[in-house]
Design a protein around this ligand. Sequence first.
Ligand code: FES
Length: 160
Amino acid sequence: MAKIVKIDPLNQEVAIQTNDNLLSGLLLKELTVLEECGGRGMCSTCHVYITEGMDSLSPLNRREQRTLEVITSANKFSRLACQARVLGMGVTVELPTGMYINAIDNIEDLIGRRAEEPILHPITGQVLVQEGKLITRSMITLLQDTKVQVREYLEKTTDA
Ligand code: FES
C-alpha cells in the first residue's frame, strides 16, 4: 500500500509504495535531486529534513549516519532520501535551499553574475557561494576544482 508524503515548501504530495525510499517519491515529482553518488548514501545531494513523521521512516543505517556526520547543514531532522524508507503515514519532507555545483553544466557562464541561490558542496552540503554574491573568476576555479575532487572521491569510494 502506498503512503502519502508531503513535500515542503512546495506544498505538494506524493504517494510512495511502503518500504520504498523517499528519493523515489521526490523523483516522481520531477524534483531535481542529483543523486550524485547513485543512491549509495555517500553524498549530500539527496539530503532532506523531516519536519514531521520521523518515526514513520526506517531507522538510520551506519552508512547514512556516517555521511550525515560530514554534512555541515545536517541536524537531528536530517535524512538521506535514498536511504530512508517509508514505512508509515504522516511524513513531511523539506528540501534544503540551494543548488549543488554538480548541477551546473557551464560554471564559467556564472562569472560576473550574482548567485541566484546558495551554491552547495555535493558531499558536505557546505555553502560554497552565498546567495546574491558576485561570482568572480577565482571562485570559478575553486568551484571547478571542487567538482573534480567530488567526482574523484565518488569514483574511488566503493560500496564496501
Ligand atoms: S544520492 Fe547520494 S546519498 Fe543519496
